[in-house]
Ligand binder design. Structure first.
Ligand code: GLU
Length: 463
């Protein structure tokens, strides 16, 4: 039999934001499908009607879209397939792989207590009995084997064995006819032709139950890869106190989607010691079998390093739009004069920026309006001698082309002419240009301000 074409899927439950752990699972599914020339699908697991919200569905779509994780077909909504799920349960009933269980809530509770006390799985007496009124209130349970083992050859974790006797007879259909989660997952994965299930390792226990359901239907069990969760830098489960969890938070913190893609792919997976790689390289290298078994830890310094790399390469107009967004989120706007040549400014200021927020912060000194208020430190530097020197410098710079290199040369030449080192007036110059805000090196700061503004700031301070 020739192997089936690879189909993977990401199957989020829309109960909140898109967690970066989920985003990485989605990414791994996409990469593996692309690597194998297969198909990557998206399924929204909204069977839990109480916990699923439309806002969460929108947040998940938005997060995936931002990250550039795009399914190859329209998303499937699980809740819309409830009739198909019910029909599948009827098949199991007909083939003897399921039964109607008429335990009342109290009876079930009593059995749960007994099972707990005896250290065994719950068993319903209805497993081998038929009620004389099949319409009497009931759930439909899976009739699992009581002997033998269920073995999962997990592509990441290796072989995992479960004793069937330990697995209770799971409810497939509730009293109100609503299909349950594990049943829906199996039927959907089968109907969608999924060949590889790549998901978080919090689903390992479901894997055994789902495998039994596949076998009862006589369907081929997909390959499974359970990947470890993402932990915080301290090794604890990622939580609020680690700074961020939702993909949207990372976007707001000024990370670029391509940097996030690269970083998340590298988290728990690697190709030699490559830290920076293109999407095409990720596709050609990625195999889910190479995902490491232990939980990956979020490393902010590494993420910043990767982001800085992509910022350096990014188009300045695009960065300008992102920076405008960052500034707007702070409730501020750029002055027209700055906004007009923002992309040019960004080219000057993006060097070393670890996020677009860094770029926005580095614009602060440009945005100020004259006359700047100088801090005490700067005032202290402006001695009589330094004022006179800065005034001569302003004259000297008036004839210089306001570009980084000529300015750098001019400052050096000026220092030589004055018979001092640049250090003698550099700090004061920086202070009068920036008003104490963070600023880049002198030549860059001058270029970013432009001739009129820069010379105006110097003269304001020395006159
Ligand atoms: N809906 C599940 C979740 O969000 C994933 C189920 C699966 O991938 O099989 O955790």
């Amino acid at each position: 039999m020739s192997p089936r074409p690879v189909v993977t899927r990401f199957a989020p439950s829309p109960t909140g934001f898109l967690h970066i752990g989920g985003a990485r699972t989605a990414l791994f599914n996409m990469l593996y499908a692309r690597h194998k020339g297969g198909t990557f699908l998206l399924r929204v697991e909204d069977t839990d009607r109480e916990r699923s919200t439309e806002a969460a569905v929108a947040a998940i779509f938005e997060g995936l879209n931002w990250l550039g994780v795009k399914p190859d077909a329209e998303p499937v909504f699980q809740a819309a397939r409830a009739d198909r799920h019910r029909q599948a349960v009827m098949t199991l009933l007909e083939t003897g792989h399921a039964y109607r269980c008429h335990l009342t809530v109290e009876e079930l509770e009593a059995e749960r207590e007994r099972a707990r006390a005896e250290g065994r799985a719950i068993r319903s007496p209805w497993r081998d009995r038929v009620h004389n009124d099949p319409d009497a209130p009931h759930v439909i349970r899976f009739k699992g084997p009581l002997e033998g083992e269920t073995v999962i050859d997990d592509l990441v974790k290796g072989q995992i064995r479960f004793r069937n006797i330990d697995l209770d007879d799971l409810v497939l259909l509730r009293t109100d006819g609503a299909p349950t989660y594990n049943l829906a997952v199996v039927v959907d994965d089968h109907d969608m032709g999924v060949t590889h299930i790549i998901r978080g390792d919090d689903h390992v226990n479901n894997a055994a139950r789902q495998t039994l359901i596949y076998q009862a239907f006589g369907w081929e069990v997909p390959a499974m890869a359970h990947i470890p969760l993402i932990h915080g830098p301290d090794g604890a489960k990622l939580s609020k106190r680690h700074g961020a969890q939702a993909v949207g938070e990372f976007a707001d913190m000024g990370y670029l989607p391509e940097a996030m893609r690269n970083y998340l792919t590298r988290l728990g997976w690697g190709h030699g010691d490559s830290e920076i790689f293109s999407d095409a390289e990720a596709v050609s290298w990625f195999d889910v079998r190479d995902v490491v078994k232990s939980p990956a830890r979020l490393d902010w310094a590494k993420l910043a390093f990767v982001n800085a790399h992509y910022i350096k390469d990014a188009d300045n107009e695009r960065l300008a739009d992102l920076v405008r967004g960052d500034i707007a989120r702070r409730g501020e706007t750029l002055p027209d004069g700055v906004d007009r040549h923002l992309a040019t400014l960004i080219e000057l200021l993006k060097e070393g920026a670890k996020s677009t927020l860094d770029i926005a912060a580095s614009l602060e000194f440009v945005i100020k309006t004259r006359p700047l208020s100088l801090d005490e430190k700067c005032k202290g530097l402006l001695t009589e001698e330094t004022r006179a020197r800065l005034s001569r410098l302003a004259e000297h710079l008036a004839a210089v082309e306001f570009q980084r290199e000529p300015l750098e040369a001019a400052i050096r030449a000026f220092a030589g002419q004055e018979g001092v080192g640049v250090g003698k007036f550099g700090a004061a110059l920086r202070g009068v240009l920036s008003g104490g805000s963070p600023a880049p090196d002198l030549a860059t700061a001058l270029t970013a301000l432009g001739r009129d503004e820069a010379l105006g700031r110097i003269l304001d301070a020395v006159s």
